[in-house]
Design a protein around this ligand. Structure first.
Ligand code: ADP
Length: 225
């Protein structure tokens, strides 16, 4: 297995081609994140963080450049190949938790595992193990609506890691929480990443949180510095 979880080379992306509001968001962004490395992605709002994360997560395609996941070049591969790679190798966390409201915390983590062909028994055990790790094991049978914002977001981390991806992409994962909760939830995320040895790219506005990661990259004028 490659020691590089993700490598982005010469990524370019623009929107609104040929219109007055045409915008070149990425102008040759380069990034490489090693296995076990937790990297902060810092940039002002509107600089292109979400665009970069969507391209890194194979949800969007760049105009130019290369996206390699675990050593495999996925540029120009079929939708199916990209979807498979995304499902098996990448976990996503967004600012809002996006948990399914009619299912319990545990079920939200079990469902993606069942979809990946894991037995119910194994999926249940893994869900409980993940919830315990982030300190919400006792809330496993609660629906998201009965959980606090911080708890919901911890459950969302567990769901992102349900199928053991090698790469976690997070877009302002604690942006919706008050500072104290944000701090705790962030610690839980880092601990989980360290524990599972996955690579993480975490977009944040918060420089204090960024300082706790292994490395910070800044998105400036369409390139990463
Ligand atoms: P960030 O996540 O750093 O706030 P985004 O990646 O969301 O930045 O957006 C970067 C720029 O690209 C913004 O100016 C935004 O308006 C523009 N943009 C993003 N997505 C689209 C789209 N689908 N169509 C047109 N413009 C877009």
């Amino acid at each position: 297995m490659s020691d590089v979880a993700i490598r982005l080379t010469g990524i370019k992306k623009h929107y609104n081609a040929g219109k007055p509001n045409e915008i070149q968001v990425l102008r040759g962004a380069e990034l490489s994140v090693g296995r076990g490395e937790v990297v902060a992605l810092v940039a002002p709002s509107g600089a292109g963080k979400s665009t970069l994360l969507h391209i890194a997560g194979l949800l969007d395609t760049p105009d130019a450049g290369k996206v390699e996941i675990a050593g495999e070049d996925l540029t120009g591969r079929s939708d199916r190949a990209r979807t498979n790679a995304r499902r098996s190798q990448i976990g996503f966390v967004y600012q809002f938790h996006h948990l399914l409201p009619e299912f319990t915390a545990a079920e939200n983590i079990i469902l993606p595992q069942l979809a990946a062909g894991i037995s119910r028994k194994e999926a249940e055990a893994r869900a409980q193990e993940l919830l315990d790790k982030v300190g919400v094991g006792k809330r496993a049978d609660h629906r998201p609506g009965a959980l606090s914002g911080g708890e919901q977001q911890r459950v969302a981390f567990c769901r992102a890691l349900a199928n053991g991806p090698g790469l976690l992409l997070a877009d302002e994962p604690t942006g919706n929480l008050d500072p104290a909760t944000s701090d705790q939830v962030f610690e839980a995320l880092i601990a989980l990443a360290r524990d599972t040895g996955l690579a993480a790219l975490i977009a944040t506005h918060n420089m204090e949180l960024a300082a706790r990661m292994d490395r910070t990259v800044r998105l400036q004028d369409g390139v990463l510095v």
